[in-house]
Write a protein that binds this ligand. Structure first.
Ligand SMILES: [Ca+2]
Length: 163
């Protein structure tokens, strides 16, 4: 699913999303172009990555999420400084290398799967379509009015706890 977020050069990003999955790999969100920023489930844990032009930063949560329960993810970037936390864990903090501070993308945000293969050196969770439920998405405090579920045999019951 694609959203046109129109902003092609950003200093800050804030993503909040609820997910539910039983799969250990799957793309949650992707915004790419010259640079990129993305969220995925990788081997059962949420990975937040971005590349502003001076190297790829990867941050991994400590909360196992591929358990079929809902988990709330909060991922933000203020210039080079990233924060990631899932549910009630202590935030994971890291910073990308000095030298680049703006995120330059094509302005398209993909949720649950992206049509082109993400850059190499990212784990395969970023190349895998998400199976499960993604919802309650907030981007820079704006809520996307969507309810996304894919490929489960009973998607309504699978996602219904969110309502
Ligand atoms: Ca850049």
């Amino acid at each position: 699913m694609k959203f046109d977020i129109k902003i092609k050069a950003q200093s800050n990003n804030v993503f909040e999303v609820m997910i539910k999955t039983e799969e250990e790999n799957g793309l949650i969100m992707w915004n790419g172009g010259a640079d990129f920023i993305g969220l995925a489930v990788v081997d059962g844990y949420v990975m937040f990555t971005y590349q502003l032009g001076s190297g790829t930063l990867k941050m991994v949560s400590t909360v196992y999420v591929s358990d079929g329960n809902f988990h709330r993810i909060y991922a933000s970037r203020y210039v080079r400084d990233g924060t990631l936390h899932v549910d009630d864990e202590d935030p994971v903090l890291d910073s990308s290398n000095p030298g680049a501070s703006q995120l330059n993308t094509d302005g398209a945000l993909y949720v649950g799967g992206a049509p082109h293969v993400p850059p190499k050196k990212l784990p395969r969770g970023f190349e895998t379509n998400f199976v499960g439920c993604i919802g309650d998405i907030r981007i820079e405090d704006q809520q996307l009015h969507m309810f996304y579920d894919v490929k489960s045999s009973h998607p309504e019951s699978f996602c219904s706890l969110m309502r």
